[in-house]
Design a protein around this ligand. Structure first.
Ligand SMILES: *[C@@H]1O[C@H](CO)[C@@H](O)[C@H](O)[C@H]1NC(C)=O
Ligand SMILES: *[C@@H]1O[C@H](CO)[C@@H](O)[C@H](O)[C@H]1NC(C)=O
Length: 305
């Protein structure tokens, strides 16, 4: 009996293990743990509960006991056991619709601050040349969980922090900011980069040239402040990619005289905004892939190609 009991227990345990496994396929643990982002189709008031029942039947434990002594008797015992398990699990109310890539302390944008002497005197801020900074030593480098901001907009605000930098005092006139990261396109389709506000300039590159080969001339979009007419720049760019792609993205902000700022958003095909000045560490924006080769880290600022 002890033997059979052990067999049945083992079976029940294995049935439970299978259920745990099935559960894992429906909602991988990594996904459950990931930060969730409300999306247009997500109703946070809804709780999804899934119940899965597995019935294990017709298990036959065959036990043959041979008793010694005179008149040897053989007892054959056959047992059929039915085990039913009904685990219940609840998914988070707004599950991430598109699984983000693995993360390994790699979220956010790399960014760098450079001194810049370029004054804006014309309709296209033609004195500002982002590619000049490829081999210019940055004043500061960091990682940011969001992008965009307003700088030096009041006459008293001559210096201040930028992003979540440990350094709190940057000159807020005559500087440039370089940013790069990969957008992880877990959705196939068209991604939209919006630069709704540029004062004085934002240049954008996407794809391989954003990693290496970017020049003023081959930018995918330029949003330029028209100084004589005092009209802020704006621009938009779309790119279509297959699912599961890491897309290099670089953008340069240039600030001339008299304060300024910019905003920069990236929207996924589903409508979810994955980069903006309020999106904090999107799981879809990484500085490199965890394997280090699918999406390698960018070259160091100041030694770019
Ligand atoms: C940047 O400009 C500041 C203020 O003018 C200056 O103190 C600093 O040395 C400059 N840094 C570099 C790397 O040029
Ligand atoms: C960009 O994001 C800002 C919030 O940071 C939002 O106000 C703005 O509407 C967004 N623009 C676009 C075009 O999505």
């Amino acid at each position: 009996m002890a033997i059979r009991k052990t067999l049945v227990q083992a079976l029940a345990a294995s049935a439970m293990a299978n259920l745990v496994h099935a559960h894992a396929i429906v909602a991988p643990a990594g996904q459950l743990d990931a930060r969730t982002h409300p999306s247009p189709t997500c109703d946070p008031s809804q709780t999804v509960t899934q119940t899965e029942t597995t019935t294990v039947t017709s298990w036959t434990a065959l036990l043959t006991i041979t008793l010694g002594g005179p008149g040897t008797k053989t007892v054959t015992e056959t047992t059929t056991t039915t085990t039913t398990a009904s685990p219940t699990f609840t998914l988070p109310s707004c599950p991430t619709q598109c699984p983000p890539p693995p993360s390994c302390n790699n979220l956010g944008f790399d960014w760098a601050y450079y001194n810049s002497s370029a004054r804006n005197t014309d309709t296209t801020y033609s004195s500002f040349h982002p590619d000049f900074f490829k081999n210019t030593a940055p004043v500061y480098v960091g990682t940011t969980s969001y992008v965009g901001g307003l700088y030096g907009q009041s006459s008293t605000e001559m210096t201040g922090p930028i992003y979540d930098s440990s350094r709190v005092s940057f000159a807020l006139d005559y500087f440039a900011l370089n940013h790069h990261a990969y957008i992880y396109a877990c959705e196939r389709g068209t991604y939209t980069v919006d630069i709704p506000y540029a004062n004085d300039a934002v240049y954008l590159w996407t794809g391989a040239k954003a990693y290496s080969g970017w020049t003023d001339a081959n930018a995918d979009a330029k949003a330029l402040y028209d100084q004589p007419d005092h009209i802020a720049g704006r621009a938009s760019f779309r790119f279509s990619v297959p699912a599961g792609t890491y897309v290099p993205v670089r953008f340069f902000y240039g600030q001339a005289q008299y304060g300024g700022g910019f905003s920069f958003n990236v929207t996924a095909p589903s409508g979810q905004v994955i980069v903006s000045d309020w999106e904090t560490f999107s799981p879809y924006v990484v500085r490199y892939s965890c394997d280090g080769t699918t999406a390698p880290a960018f070259p160091a600022f100041g030694r770019e190609t």
